[in-house]
Ligand binder design. Sequence first.
Ligand code: MRU
Length: 356
Amino acid sequence: MSPSVALQLSFETLGWDEQGLWFLDQTKLPQEQTLFRPQGLPDLIDAIQRMVVRGAPALGCAAAYGLVYACTLVIDHQDMRLSLETTKELAEALRRSRPTAVNLGVGLDHVLRAAQDMSAESWQQPQSVIAALQAAAEGFHQDDRNRCQALGEQGFALLQDGQRILTHCNAGALATGGIGTALAPIHLAASRGMALEVYADETRPLRQGARLTAWEMVQSGIPVHVLPDSAAGSLLASGQIDVVFVGSDRIAANGDVANKIGTYPLAVLAARHQVPFYVLAPATTVDATCAEGNLIPIEQRSATELLGADGANGALAHHPAFDVTPADLVTGIVLEDAVYQPGSKSWAQKVARLRA
Ligand code: MRU
């Protein structure tokens, strides 16, 4: 995909430098801006599960680079030999780290395809394999940047000066390899002098809205109000919100949308108050092989994360990381090339093209 004039923000979420793979450690934000560098494959998987790096498109890039990183560990290990089989096994270990974000597997498969294209002789020179896999991962990251820019332009066309936008979780630059999904149009609008205000759900229990969206908006000088998740209803009822923009971890073929837990009630509230509800995502988030939302695997997080180390006198936890918003509550799905109405002919045709 070719970008329009690409917007650069003041920070990046992940990358690869002379010391190797790095992530901006999102568990430390907003207090500290520190880089995380994995110390082995278990450490990398643990970082993905702890959400040092998170957000579906960023997980795709992290997994693509992560597979290259895991392959470099193999060639540094004198008792092991890098092969296509080993590369596939490493990819499967990474694939299991977080189940809902479909982009994670898309990133792995992109690098695996480059591995499959290597000749038998190339595997005798593992450094040449690493160079090819590295180029594939970098290509995937650049593609994600371009996709964010393009869908950001589509979302920008929906906005008007002075609007107030409600969002959930963090679907910004911190969640992608580029300028974000739901927040991409807002970054573009701000860079073009449009005055907008963002209302960010706190997003319990890990507070991606209060910690990450708020930080990201402040970095870009965009006015942001953080609200408790439970205040979204009265805020929408008060008429102070013009539009809801959210991201997604996986969009089913029928237009059902998995996103951070709490998105579904927000969609119900938006419908009740006749506020448009848009889902913004790259086409890599559309799982054309998944017929409907109830087939999307939903990650269950630990009881400790919700209840704390001491628990709550033996209480059990119900702690899904995502929920599914039915397609009929979605005003539009904003992809790189157009805004689609779930259930429309153009959406069905788009899904068919993605499946092909
Ligand atoms: O659990 P997280 O923080 O990885 O969940 C992230 C989200 O739900 C985002 O809204 C989604 O991945 C879209 S990111 C552009």
